[in-house]
Design a protein around this ligand. Sequence first.
Ligand code: ZN
Length: 85
Amino acid sequence: MSDLDREVAGIRCREVLKLLSSYLDGDLTEAEARRIDDHLRECDRCEHFGGRFSEAVAALRHELSRAAPLDPEVARRLRARLSDV
Ligand SMILES: [Zn+2]
């Protein structure tokens, strides 16, 4: 079982990776977005997938920990970072 198949908060790391840009775009349902929120809060692995992605996740977790809506500027930078994943 690869690290990406680890399931946290009912969603696997690989699904989080796949959905992350939609998440940033606000294209997910509320339920999907909430699962990703929960996953990123609890999953240590998502910070270890590699430089570019771990930075994005660290920024997201920082945002989530403030319990505030994602700053549009942060979202823009994360999207740019993830655009070639
Ligand atoms: Zn994860």
